[in-house]
Design a protein. Structure first.
Lengths: 487, 472
């Protein structure tokens, strides 16, 4: 796949350099049970509580494929515009204590999902090479020494995670900046959540991102890539990519070469360090898993999966952006979809509420539990009261919070709180009274320099709020003061 | 007494399961030291289980079609709380926390395990000499091998230690020892019997099956253990047609093919070939239409098998690494611990096959070895299909010779040639069985192999019953 037009936000790089990024994302599928047995797929239990002969790899045990995992993986594939095809499980053979069979059941040459794409909110289309199903490993706990496998006194293995279903989503090397990589990770996460495929929590490890990074002189072939692991947040992903690109450029400008290796991101020091150098290509001796049969989805299966797909975040952003008359990249639009409030926002806008105020509330005042239960009509009413001057922005925010908490109507809440808006004549009366009472200050406000005026504006506003018990609209009061001063 | 006779007597209250069990345990006591059929005899559990069966009969319950029948289990079948060793040092001390599906089904049918039988380590071998616990001996001549890898199970049935036994057959490991010990041995269609709880050797070839002294007993055991099991993804979902009611239907009008390539294969002894010819004649006399048939691709079976089976084994046996169970030889690093544990725990034949299989799967060699072997497998299936368009069953020798002397085949390749006639059915996934048909020049048993198309165990058993009848 040819990369889309590079839009290098490569400001962190020296002039003339570019970076090339591909991401490999592992996601735990949100199934009730593990991929090949009936043990619960549950995080945080006592070590080895969720195990059985199959996920412990005991002699004689066999895998039994979880249909829900297959369904979720195919759903993700379709959401990423992949071809969902006949697929075959393979064994990836290597010895490691966290892997009870000393091979991992994964998919190799015939993955479930092939050749899709994901459109970043900012525009570029990122190719999806594949998204395949595989089982997770257990977890090692190194006790004593430096806490690494090499110097620990002993190591303990927790197989609760062994056999948890994963999809590995491999992107094309289509990203050109850490910003794009972060956007990709966020958008993929949004799709995983929207489709119910994964809870995609980077902190808990249910979504794990590895980044392949290389640099090159713009217009010249790509350099040797390094893989960065241990990225526990989208923020780390961005920092690690920028750091790694600069490290590689440093090496190259000093006449050294970049070794192909796996590097470990250390969040505390903000650096990457060598984890292991890739000698020759690892030989995992893949071969088809004889204990499982191929997956053969029919056209009807795929049609059923497509029909059940929810509207995806990209389409939802586009719809809201159109309704609001703003770009799909607008903060309020992105937030609305991320928080599942786009239906609310569209309904309120559709009911005649001001789009700008609606999106502002969604972006800044509705990052709370229960926001999705708001009645669109009442939300629209609130915005109308605000734009009609009945409530100040501050009051509207307070009323909105109470609406989320109680489900009440904005007019009633405003009344109960005494948020009777001052009409403009009452405001004018207050201001006229203040001018009469503070003639000296008024003269200084009218004729003074900017500094003096700023100070006195604060003085008058304080008095206005005092006189109106805080119910005056600050903006309207400022405007009225300036008008009366002939400014 | 046959298994069916014992079950009838126990169910009818004419004999107690305890009396039956005591009788078999005393036979074991008398000859086991000489024959070494078992890695472990579980007398106490067997007697307790026999009492439980008797209690059910006394209470008016029916304990099942194999009520009170003693059965010997190959020691690669998982049994809850009872050591399962695969005749390997590497599984020292391991007691499975679960029963194999076949063991569950046997228990539900009222059968009682007498113990775990000896085998070539991890079922790799054709003489039971590769056991870490010493070889089993052929009850007909203790200077001879019983065959393998399910040698202990064949010995147990041939010596009368139990009327029934279970083995596993990856390349002939039920049929060849059955032939050498003069008993009936059956490898069902791949997927007919659940592999859940069978310690894997080569997953795409392994199949559990019965040993018995009579065809009817073998069929009765087959009916109990066969049938769909969701815990084995390769298990066949189709309903299981019963065999016993049709066992006496005869062979009139059946088309029987004598497989030229197998009858004339390298090393087939003239006395064995003569017995197969006699079997063909017996079937012909019973009304079957017998003709020679060529199944050309079977001559590549042995080569393909010795790539596919070790390749799968190299992966299946990786888990014996000292981390979780069985033997561990400690070392300063994890990698050295793996190395020392596996070197100390596996015998030479297992190590040889792991090396062979690892090599066959390696980058750059996969296509030439594993890939090509899978193509051969496809050719063998195709040639069998062509033959089954014209024939209902195919016959051949089971093994090239009668039982050979212990230590006679120190060269692994000479040993591998023993499976030349049995391997093709494993590669095709088809059912096949060995039925005793007289003896060779040395007076030792000869087995005739009956092969059938996938899922057609019924016809295969009918032909076996006819041959059994012809010998009576
Ligand atoms: Zn489990």
């Amino acid at each position: 796949m040819t990369p889309s037009t590079p839009s290098p936000n490569a400001s962190v790089l020296p002039e003339g350099w570019g970076m090339v990024i591909g991401l490999e994302v592992h996601c735990e599928l949100a199934t009730a049970t593990k991929l090949f047995c009936c043990c619960p797929n549950h995080f945080g239990d006592q070590p080895n509580a969720n195990t059985c002969p199959t996920c412990l790899g005991l002699p004689g045990s066999l895998p039994m494929l979880n249909e829900q995992a297959v369904e979720l993986a195919m759903r993700l594939g379709r959401a990423l515009n992949c071809d969902v095809k006949r697929s075959v499980f393979s064994r990836k053979n290597y010895f490691y204590p966290d892997q009870p069979k000393d091979y991992q059941v994964t998919q190799y040459d015939l993955p479930t999902n092939l050749g899709g794409h994901l459109d970043l909110p900012s525009g570029p289309r990122i190719g999806i090479t594949r998204a395949h199903i595989e089982e997770d490993t257990g977890k090692l706990n190194h006790v004593g020494g430096g806490g690494r496998i090499h110097d620990a006194e002993h190591s303990l293995v927790d197989y609760n995670r062994s056999g948890v279903p994963l999809v590995e989503i491999v992107s094309e090397a289509d990203m050109r900046s850490s910003e794009q990589a972060k956007e990709y990770a966020n958008e993929l996460r949004a799709i995983l959540l929207a489709t119910g495929v994964s809870d995609a929590k980077m902190e808990e490890g249910s979504m794990r991102v590895d980044a392949n990074v290389s640099v090159h002189h713009l217009g010249e072939p790509w350099g040797t890539r390094c893989e960065i692991k241990n990225l526990n947040s989208v923020r780390s992903l961005g920092r690690a990519i920028d750091h790694e690109a600069l490290r590689q450029i440093d090496l190259l400008t000093n006449g050294e070469t970049v070794r192909q290796e796996t590097r470990h991101w250390d969040e505390a020091s903000g650096r990457t360090g060598t984890l292991r150098v890739k000698e020759d290509a690892d030989d995992y001796r893949y071969f088809p898993e004889p204990d499982l049969v191929p997956l053969e989805p029919s056209a009807a299966d795929i049609a059923r999966i497509d029909a059940a797909l929810p509207v995806l975040p990209g389409a939802r952003r586009a719809a809201l952006a159109e309704a609001a008359g703003v770009p799909a990249t607008a903060g309020g639009v992105v937030m609305a979809v991320e928080r599942g409030l786009d239906h609310l926002a569209r309904a309120a806008i559709g009911g005649g509420a001001d789009a700008g105020r609606v999106l502002t509330h969604v972006e800044h005042n509705l990052a709370v539990d229960g926001a999705e239960t708001l009645s669109p009509e009442r939300f629209g009413d609130l915005v109308k009261m605000e734009t009609g001057g009945e409530l100040t922005a501050t009051q509207a925010k307070t009323v909105l919070a109470e609406m989320v908490a109680t489900g009440g109507a904005p007019a009633e809440i405003a009344q109960a709180r005494g948020f009777e808006a001052l009409d403009s004549s009452a405001l004018e009366g207050i201001i006229d009274g203040l001018i009469a009472a503070h003639g000296e200050e008024w003269e200084q406000f009218r004729s003074g320099d900017d500094k003096a005026r700023g100070k006195l504006s604060g003085f008058f506003m304080g008095k206005v709020m005092q006189a109106s018990s805080g119910q005056a609209d600050g903006k309207a009061a400022t405007a009225l003061l300036r008008r009366k001063a002939g400014l | 007494m046959s298994a069916l006779e014992i079950a009838a007597a126990v169910r009818g209250g004419e004999r107690t399961a305890r009396a039956v069990m005591e009788e078999h345990l005393s036979l074991i006591g008398a000859r086991e030291a000489e024959l070494h059929a078992f890695n472990l005899v579980t007398s106490e559990q067997a007697l307790a289980a026999a009492d439980a069966v008797d209690a059910r009969v006394a209470a008016g319950d029916d304990p099942g079609p194999l009520a009170g029948v003693p059965i010997a289990l190959k020691d690669n079948l998982c049994t809850t709380g009872i050591p399962t060793t695969c005749s390997s040092k590497i599984l020292a001390g391991w007691k499975p926390p679960y029963d194999a599906t076949v063991v569950e089904r046997l228990t539900a049918a009222g059968a009682i395990s007498v113990g775990k039988t000896n085998l070539d380590e991890f079922a790799m071998g054709s003489s039971t000499e590769n056991s870490a616990f010493g070889p089993s001996k052929n009850p007909h001549d203790i200077t001879k091998v019983p065959g393998g890898s399910s040698g202990g199970s064949a010995v147990a049935v041939a010596a009368g230690f139990a009327p029934l036994a279970l083995g596993s057959d990856t390349g002939g490991s039920i049929r060849q020892p059955a032939a050498l010990c003069g008993v009936v041995g059956v490898k069902p269609t791949y997927g007919r019997v659940s592999r859940y709880g069978l310690v894997a050797f080569a997953s795409s070839l392994d199949q559990i099956g019965p040993f018995a002294t009579t065809v009817a007993d073998a069929a009765a055991l087959y009916e109990v253990i066969a049938g769909h099991d969701p815990r084995d993804s390769t298990s066949i979902p189709e309903a299981l047609p019963p065999v016993l009611p049709r066992l006496g239907d005869g062979v009139a009008g059946l088309r029987v093919g004598l497989v030229t390539e197998l009858c004339q294969a390298e090393g087939i002894a003239p006395d064995v070939a003569a017995r197969v010819a006699a079997a063909a004649e017996a079937l012909s006399e019973a009304g079957a239409k017998v003709e020679e048939v060529s199944v050309p691709a079977v001559i590549y079976g042995l080569s393909a098998y010795y790539l596919i089976a070790p390749a799968e084994a190299s992966s299946n046996l990786a888990r014996y690494d000292g981390v979780r169970y069985g033997l561990r030889v400690d070392a300063p690093t994890t990698a050295e611990m793996y190395d020392r544990t596996r070197t100390a725990g596996f015998g030479p034949e297992v190590l040889r096959r792991i090396m062979l299989g690892t090599y066959a799967l390696s980058a750059g060699y996969y296509d030439a070895y594993y890939g090509k072997a899978q193509k051969v497998r496809t050719l063998i299936i195709r040639d069998f299909q062509a033959a089954y368009e014209r024939f209902d069953v195919l016959i051949s020798p089971t093994a090239p010779t009668t039982a050979f002397a212990l230590g006679a085949k120190a060269d692994p390749l000479a040993m591998y040639l023993n499976d030349i006639c049995t391997i093709p059915s494993n590669l095709a996934g088809h059912p096949a069985m060995s039925v005793p048909f007289g003896s060779g020049d040395d007076g030792l048993p000869v087995g005739v192999q009956i092969m059938a198309n996938a899922l057609d165990e019924v016809t295969m058993f009918q032909v076996a019953a006819t041959l059994e009848g012809a010998m009576a």
